[in-house]
Design a protein around this ligand. Sequence first.
Ligand code: SF4
Ligand code: SF4
Length: 405
Amino acid sequence: MNNLLADADLCVKCGLCLPHCPTYNKTQNENESPRGRIALIQAWAGGHLETSKKLVEHIDNCLLCRSCERACPAVVPYGRLINNFREQIRTERDSTLAVSLLKRVSHSKAAEHLAQSGLKFYQTTRLQKAARLLKLPGLLRLDKVDRLLPDYHEPTPLEPYYPAIIEARGNVGLFIGCMGSLLDHETVEAAIKVLTTAGFNVLIPEQQTCCGALDLHDGDNETFERLAAINCSAFTDKNLNAIVTIASGCGSQMQEYQQAEFAEKIVDISQFLIKSGCDLSDQLTPLTASVCLHTPCSLKNVMHEEQGALKLLQQVPDIKITALPASIQCCGSAGSYMLDHPLMAQALLNDLLGAALEHSPEYLVSSNIGCALHISAGLRERGIALEVLHPVALIARQLKCKQTD
Ligand code: SF4
Ligand code: SF4
């Protein structure tokens, strides 16, 4: 409680964060702003405000996009404040069925394999079509998960080690993430292809597990710490130059692990390639297409690595990249937020799609699987054929040498 108060007391109530807050911009309600939420937590921690449904709702409506934290001159650790508050009131909050299911799948390899088989059966037989026709996902309150499912692709089983295909310049660990291994095989395979082409040996420790973000944001610090310890041990003593992530949601969380030696090695894959001086331009076929670049909040506001994807994509000859205007804030996916807060998530997505489609792009690239799934679902629902993929997946498609084909 003292930590909570000490963090909240850092806020000088200047309001400079307000224009950067998506929920405040949408509602114009101070309780839905960073300053308002901090004041609510401050009053609660000081014993001046009871725990109530309304209080919990205002805090839960926060996307944890941390745009406010980036703008704050007083360096209020907003993310930590919200996570600590949620831990304190954990018994007052219930996880929805969809979030509980996601957490269960992300915590164990056995559950993940079961989910993989289940998804294959659901999506490759007529079950998904029949279930949607009968509105079963809605009746089971799983429609928000069902809408996110991309077309099923059979995953290639992963090896623990992929050697560099040119003279090796270093070793990297690849963090796959629970959603990556379940729903984004193209990005996983692309990451291996691009890293080995760039001269890195790639290690994929089997022991790695979910980054724990879902648990931390749900107030379950104990599970979060347990998952963090497993990941640190999975990547330890492997002589790694870096641990690269292909989902900035996971990367941003792992950069904040208490285990500094592990956290300092975490880097987004595009940023890593650029920082390592990789120039793949001679090995990439031209792409005469317009690409809209979406920069996830986690990459921008927490990892501070937003230039990596842009610089990497600029290596593709003939490519035309348009970035979203600064007025477009969070896409609304925000971990499990899109499952629990569909109205706000859709309102934010509407803004993003409106801006993205202005330039009629052929591709939209995003460095976070959660954002990519939410944006893809929004496009499908609107009947718009625009492919959403990871920047590294686009790079891998343009590589002249198809190493893993
Ligand atoms: S910018 Fe920082 S100090 Fe100012 S109101 Fe927002 S959180 Fe408080
Ligand atoms: S984290 Fe994002 S949604 Fe939450 S208060 Fe800060 S700016 Fe607003």
